[in-house]
Design a binder for this molecule. Structure first.
Ligand SMILES: C[S@@+](CC[C@H](N)C(=O)[O-])C[C@H]1O[C@@H](n2cnc3c(N)ncnc32)[C@H](O)[C@@H]1O
Ligand SMILES: CC(C)=CCC/C(C)=C/CC/C(C)=C/C(=O)O
Length: 297
């Protein structure tokens, strides 16, 4: 996905989920007492989630780094938010073999919203998130799709000879947890494997309602990796076929008029993890969030 301005204007579900999760975890994140927190966001995209919902939580002297694998996204965010103090954007593939020196071990917090389902090497990405945090401790808040009906729609579209040539590698764009029978347990194990000793992982069953066919198509256009491979003259036909499959999956409500809605039931992984036990022990003694801590492994 490289269409930053499309994404910036058609990311209602992503904004909705990030805001809810940040409201919930704002006081669980372990803010420094000196207000000099450094926070790195993974898969920032066009930047509006980071700037609208994460930046307002950061203390006044905090530093923010937005990162993304797409130089187009980074270019858009840098331009759109130029002049924002203590904020910069840089290209980073969170699945990379070796983290850039200037990022490794520098951060108090790592956040990531709606990115990790794009990364097939989830363990490598989590290892990198662990290593982005300072050696003495830090925490991360991660939210991404375990499953979404969009993946089943892609697989059906690939069977159609009109689209199959553009979709040969469809599995590369399906969440690595989509086929998991217990995505929460699988993700907890990965967090453990890379070194996070304390963590809380939840799988949330959500339903998002897209109001009208244009809203659904715009949201698909903003994230669908296959459209940029085909001539733009085919886009509307591809999207029409997409919508027909959604209807055949009984995800439509109402008829072809103003009342037409599309339901998207999906599973969201929401994970909060801290790096060091000493750090956690201190937090356990001080934290008022007893219900949250009961869930920590
Ligand atoms: C759906 S957008 C989410 C953007 C933003 N976090 C939000 O919540 O609106 C996913 C972003 O993850 C980025 N991405 C995909 N694979 C990545 C990787 N391996 N490393 C870093 N970013 C990646 C994409 O380029 C895209 O901008
Ligand atoms: C009804 C139906 C199939 C809706 C799918 C809607 C949609 C655009 C899902 C996108 C999921 C996704 C991969 C989001 C992202 O990465 O931001």
């Amino acid at each position: 996905m490289n269409q930053a301005s499309l994404y910036q204007h058609a990311n209602q579900v992503q904004r909705h989920d990030a805001k809810l999760i940040l409201d919930e975890f704002a006081s669980t994140l372990q803010w420094r007492s000196d207000g000099e927190d450094a926070l790195l966001d993974v898969g920032t995209g066009s930047g509006n989630v980071l700037m609208d919902f994460v930046k307002p939580l950061l203390p006044i002297r905090g530093q923010l780094v937005g990162t993304d694998i797409s130089s187009q996204m980074v270019g858009y965010a840098s331009k759109h938010y130029q002049g924002e103090e203590r904020t910069r954007f840089q290209v980073l593939d969170i699945g990379c073999e070796r983290l850039p020196e200037e990022l490794s071990g520098r951060f108090d917090h790592v956040t990531s919203f709606y990115c990790l389902h794009w990364v097939q090497n989830l363990k490598g990405a989590l290892g990198n998130i662990y290593n982005l945090l300072k050696p003495e401790g830090g925490d991360c808040l991660l939210a991404f799709l375990a499953s979404n009906p969009v993946y089943e729609v892609y697989k059906i579209l690939k069977l159609n000879e009109k689209w199959s040539a553009y979709m040969q590698d469809v599995e590369q764009f399906i969440s690595p947890l989509h086929y998991s029978v217990n995505p929460g347990e699988e993700f907890s194990k990965l967090l453990n494997d890379v070194g996070f000793i304390q963590h809380n992982v939840e799988i949330r069953n959500e339903v998002f309602v897209y109001e009208g066919v244009r809203t659904l198509k715009d949201n698909v256009k903003a994230i669908c990796p296959f459209l940029e491979r085909m001539p733009s003259t085919l886009h509307e036909e591809f999207l029409d076929d997409f919508v027909d499959i959604v209807i055949s999956m009984n995800l439509q409500q109402g008829e072809k008029n103003e009342d037409q809605k599309f339901l998207s039931p999906y599973k969201l992984v929401v994970a909060y993890a801290r790096k060091t036990p000493e750090f956690v022990n201190k937090v356990f003694l001080e934290s008022p969030h007893q219900n949250m801590l009961r869930g920590i492994n």
